[in-house]
Design a protein around this ligand. Structure first.
Ligand code: GUN
Length: 292
């Protein structure tokens, strides 16, 4: 069997077109222009690329985009002051503080300061709690993107066995909650899990968010399953940088029925889901309805 490729770029382009249309409607009807603020502390090259893409995409769908770049040695007080200023800025509806932060800044202090209404990454305790309660309005971008790809590919996933590898606040935990809400039987695996190959071999859906290049061997994958690879790992091949996922793509594609490529799979959805969250946040703050 050779898996069909889940085309994240195609799904992302469709969602982006809907967001662009809805943004134009909000502007015409209410003079409302969604505003997204990004905050980057330091000069991590990968983070710089991500943040630049977020700002560019925001502008391309018709949002206002602002960027705050603080130096790598910025103190926590400086970062918190920036977040408070953005919280108070009525033209800013969504705030994204790029992670990871330099070690002198406590991530928790930043998230505790961020206005949950503007928390378009859904990382604040309020939004994490709302997700657990089944009342989330803003959902973390990558898990939301994964759910959309699964829905488009498989339709209902009720009763399916899913393994999520990785338990981060940004991905694994919210992804497991969304899958559970869709009535899947969810197992969360992590670095201490015993017999990962056995677990993967029994799973109808594998969601890998480990951060280790090609860690999951193709031979572990259950025949006929769906493989969602959340990893974006930079590796050096003959002096050139190449992006690979957490799964051995070619070998896994021999066994799976559906698989996401890296790049062009999950990553393509993440940024558009961030735009969706910003639109939802803007509409909520303005007290108007949005169809997205
Ligand atoms: N770092 C890696 N991915 C993300 C993300 O989705 N949001 C934020 N804020 N930081 C990240």
């Amino acid at each position: 069997m050779t898996a069909s490729i889940i085309d994240g770029k195609l799904h992302a382009a469709r969602l982006r077109a809907r967001i662009t249309e809805e943004t134009a409607r909000l502007r015409a009807a209410y003079d409302l222009v969604p505003g997204l603020a990004t905050v980057l502390v330091g000069n991590d090259p990968a983070s710089e690329v991500y943040v630049r893409n977020k700002n560019k995409t925001a502008e391309s769908v018709g949002f206002r985009s602002v960027h705050r770049h603080l130096s790598a040695d910025a103190g926590e007080a400086e970062v918190l002051a920036e977040v408070r200023a953005l919280n108070a800025d009525r033209a800013v509806h969504g705030i994204l503080v790029q992670l990871p932060l330099p070690k002198q800044i406590r991530e928790q202090a930043v998230l505790d300061t961020l206005d949950p209404a503007k928390d378009v990454d859904a990382l604040t305790p309020t939004n994490a709690g709302l997700l657990l309660s089944g009342r989330a309005r803003l959902v973390s971008c990558t898990p939301a993107g994964v759910m959309m790809l699964l829905k488009e590919t498989l339709g209902p996933i009720a009763g399916l066995d899913v393994v999520v590898i990785g338990r981060s606040l940004l991905f694994g935990k919210p992804a497991a909650q969304l899958l559970l809400a869709a009535n899947a039987t969810v197992t969360m695996a992590h670095s201490k899990t015993r017999d990962l190959p056995g677990l993967i071999g029994r799973s109808d859906i594998l969601v890998a968010a480990i951060g280790k290049p090609e860690f999951v061997q193709g031979s572990w994958v259950k025949p006929g399953s769906t493989v969602i690879d959340v990893g974006i790992n930079r590796i050096d091949v003959d002096g050139k940088t190449r992006l690979v996922g957490d799964v051995q793509y070619a070998a896994a594609a021999e066994r799976a029925a559906h698989i996401t490529p890296v790049p062009g799979g999950v990553g393509a959805m993440t940024i558009v889901c961030l735009m969706r969250n910003t639109l939802i946040a803007a509409a909520a703050q303005a007290g108007v309805a949005v169809e997205i």
